[in-house]
Write a protein of this length. Structure first.
Length: 272
């Protein structure tokens, strides 16, 4: 949902991680590259590549720290300042659209839960919220979702599987519940767009995890089912997947966990 809203209101020229880095520089001009990466929750390799792109686009100025030649100091260029000013209203609309189904109290509730799930330090969150008018509280939610997703990815790799991604697991789980359903329906159950779903299913078929056949009553539809190997792999990874969810929600109290999942379902527009 956040990705769709971003494409609609901000466009494809600036990604959410790039915006996070530009905002970090707007708040802390002259910060070194490592610090900006920490503020934007980007690893060292990703940050280096991204800064290179932003420098080539003329949005960021980079120079060596005269006191330490190993450090690179970054500032927004005049063009970078202008771009931040131009896209920030669109970013605000993304967050407003994302949170539209929630009341103000629910928004605060979700923000608090996401910050803890993202393992954000209280001071870091307060810094983002207080950096107004550049960054106000509603805009932080997209950032928190991205950081929480990074935490989920790390936990998934550690506890669930290196053989199966979370979207692939969602597809296998959907097929375990509804064997023989068509590919479009599986995509809806797993919240995957048509193109992503087609590529993902092809990979699972090639790996022998999913069986695919044409619908005899409609040659345009593909019917899917778990292969024995897919059912076996699903059974193997399910305990780890459960542990991922438990670890993800661990910073929250039991009642908050239920509430957070309910609010996320509303934000994601998942029908009951």
């Amino acid at each position: 949902m956040h990705t769709r809203l971003w494409a609609e209101h901000v466009g494809q020229d600036l990604t959410a991680p790039q915006y996070a880095a530009l905002i970090a520089l707007a708040v802390e001009p002259g910060a070194d590259q490592r610090t900006v990466g920490e503020r934007a929750s980007l690893d060292k390799a990703t940050m280096a590549e991204m800064v290179g792109r932003l420098v080539r686009r003329g949005l960021v100025l980079r120079r060596r720290d005269p006191a330490d030649g190993r450090r690179k100091l970054l500032t927004l260029s005049p063009l970078g300042v202008r771009i931040v000013d131009e896209v920030s209203p669109g970013v605000a609309r993304v967050q407003q659209g994302l949170l539209e189904p929630l009341t103000e109290a629910q928004r605060c509730e979700l923000m608090s839960a996401l910050a803890r799930m993202a393992r954000m330090e209280d001071m870091a969150l307060e810094t983002m919220v207080e950096a107004r008018p550049i960054l106000d509280a509603p805009r932080v939610v997209g950032y928190l979702i991205r950081v929480a997703q990074q935490v989920h990815t790390r936990l998934w790799t550690e506890l669930a599987s290196n053989e199966l991604t979370a979207p692939q697991h969602a597809v296998l789980a959907a097929l375990a519940e509804e064997p023989g359903i068509d590919q479009r329906t599986v995509g809806e159950r797993a919240s995957l767009d048509k193109a992503t779903m087609a590529e993902l299913i092809s990979r699972l078929v090639r790996r022998g995890l999913v069986l695919r056949r044409r619908d005899p009553s409609d040659g345009r539809r593909n019917l899917l089912a778990l292969a024995p190997a897919g059912a076996q792999l699903l059974e193997q990874v399910n305990p780890g997947v459960t542990e991922v969810q438990n670890r993800m929600l661990a910073p929250l109290e039991p009642a908050e966990r239920v509430r957070c999942v309910e609010l996320l379902a509303v934000v994601a527009r998942i029908a009951e």
